[in-house]
Each structure stands twice: as structure tokens, then as C-alpha cells.
Design a protein around this ligand. Structure first.
Ligand SMILES: Cc1cc2nc3c(=O)[nH]c(=O)nc-3n(C[C@H](O)[C@H](O)[C@H](O)COP(=O)(O)O)c2cc1C
Length: 228
């Protein structure tokens, strides 16, 4: 069947009129929907702009992505580059009261590893997971492979974290990738159910941006590129 032209407004308007898909996110969704029908330079522009404007949000509040949106966000993570299709990642969601449980766990570990931790440090640690309504622990499962060294598996998991941030923004939410001592603490990893060959790549905090987005730094691509 002949696909309709991208230039027909009928193709683009429904997505843009969707109240859940406004602004940059709406433009991206419209672009992606249209791209599935027929590639167009016109529609690449909002997607490229979106990619160049992604930014983290340190302060996040309710609402979190819905279950359906979360599936789409994880779905984006499942499409990252992955040498030999090892699927070296998995994701643990922590929401609601479980965030407080994670905070308690983090304080426990802080007190065990740093006897000098003062009450202010403990309070900050306890409250850390409450900074967003939804946390996703990105876990990398390292396996031996003749062609895929551990670094490639870790990089793939890093791509998954980034893909989730992008997908969350595309759904109209925001997020931030955090690590800190907890992410490298074997005991804490065990308590989260990680096996010995697994590591935490990061905690992806997701929710609704609280406050305005920061001014983005102006970086010149020329400063980061050379030809050889
Ligand atoms: C591997 C990794 C770990 C990070 N850990 C933290 C962290 O623990 N705390 C934090 O505030 N930012 C952390 N960041 C940085 C933020 O995710 C974010 O990139 C930074 O605030 C800059 O904002 P931007 O992404 O909008 O440029 C980490 C980034 C990466 C890639």
C-alpha cells in the first residue's frame, strides 16, 4: 500500500494534538511516528533538536511515567547497541515506599563504611532516593565472551541509561543519572539482589521536572572534533 506523504498535515497533527505529547516531546513523537512511514529531512529536525537539548533534572516530582510509558522507556533501553546481543543489562524499579527502604539501606552502609558519618550526612543519604518518584537501577551483568570484553558490556549498559533518559524526556518527563558510593558498594548490590557478576551502572531517577530547565552550556562541536 502506498504510504501517505509526510507533507500531509493529517499525519502529523494527531500526535501534536495529543495533550500528553506537547512541546519538544510531542514534536519528537510526531517525528518518530512519521519516520516510521517515510523518512524526511523535515521531520529529522525536531528529533535532532531534541537530542541536542536533552538535559538532566536534579529536582523531580510526581507524576512518574505511567506503566505504559515505563514500558516504552525500558523498550528504548532494549534497543541500545549491544555487541553479540548479549543483553547484558537488566533494570530494577524502585518506587513509593521502597525508596525509603533504599534510603535506610544506604544509611546503614554509610554508617558501616564511614564511622565519621555525621547526622547531616546520614539524613542526606536517607533522603536521597526520595528525590524522584521513580528510580530505575541499571544493572550490567558481566559475562565472559571471546569478542565482548567487560568494558563493552558496561558501555552498552551506559547506553541503556542514556536511552531511558531520552525516552523519558520524549514522554514529557525528565530524569537524571546518579551513582555515588552506593552504586559501587558490593554489600548494597547484594541487598538489591545483584549476583557477583553484576554491577550497578547507575540509578536513573525519573519523574516530572520541578522548576525550570537549566540554561544549557553552549559547546562548539569544533572543540571536540578533529580529522585524522
Ligand atoms: C556515570 C555517571 C554518574 C553520575 N553520577 C552523578 C551523581 O551521583 N550525582 C549527580 O548529581 N550527577 C551525576 N551524574 C551527572 C548527571 O547525570 C548529569 O549528567 C549532570 O548533572 C549534568 O547535567 P546534564 O546531563 O543536563 O548536562 C552522573 C553522570 C554519569 C554519566
Amino acid at each position: 500500500m502506498r504510504q501517505p506523504s509526510l507533507r500531509q498535515p493529517a499525519l502529523r497533527q494527531p500526535a501534536l494534538q495529543n495533550r500528553a505529547a506537547t512541546g519538544a516531546a510531542g514534536a519528537v513523537i510526531a517525528g518518530i511516528m512519521a519516520l516510521h512511514r517515510q523518512p524526511s529531512v523535515d521531520l529529522m529536525t525536531p528529533i535532532l533538536e531534541f537530542l541536542q537539548r536533552r538535559n538532566s533534572a536534579p529536582r523531580l516530582t510526581d507524576p512518574a511515567p505511567s506503566a505504559a510509558q515505563l514500558r516504552a522507556i525500558i523498550g528504548a533501553a532494549l534497543r541500545v547497541p549491544d555487541h553479540a546481543w548479549l543483553r547484558p543489562w537488566r533494570f530494577i524499579t524502585i518506587a513509593g515506599e521502597r525508596r525509603a527502604a533504599l534510603g535506610e539501606l544506604m544509611v546503614q552502609r554509610l554508617q558501616q563504611t564511614d564511622p565519621d558519618a555525621d547526622p547531616a550526612m546520614c539524613r542526606k543519604m536517607r533522603e536521597a532516593p526520595l528525590r524522584a518518584p521513580l528510580l530505575i537501577v541499571v544493572v550490567v551483568r558481566l559475562t565472559e565472551h571471546p569478542k565482548v570484553p567487560p568494558i563493552e558490556q558496561r558501555l552498552s549498559a551506559g547506553c541503556a541509561a542514556h536511552a531511558m533518559l531520552l525516552a523519558a524526556e520524549a514522554c514529557g518527563y525528565a530524569g537524571i543519572w546518579r551513582t555515588g558510593a552506593a552504586a559501587y558498594d558490593r554489600d548494597l548490590m547484594a541487598q538489591l539482589g545483584l549476583a557477583e557478576n553484576e554491577e550497578i551502572t547507575g540509578f536513573v531517577y525519573l519523574g516530572t521536572r520541578a522548576g525550570p530547565a537549566k540554561n544549557l552550556p553552549r559547546l562548539d562541536t569544533a572543540d571536540f572534533v578533529s580529522s585524522w
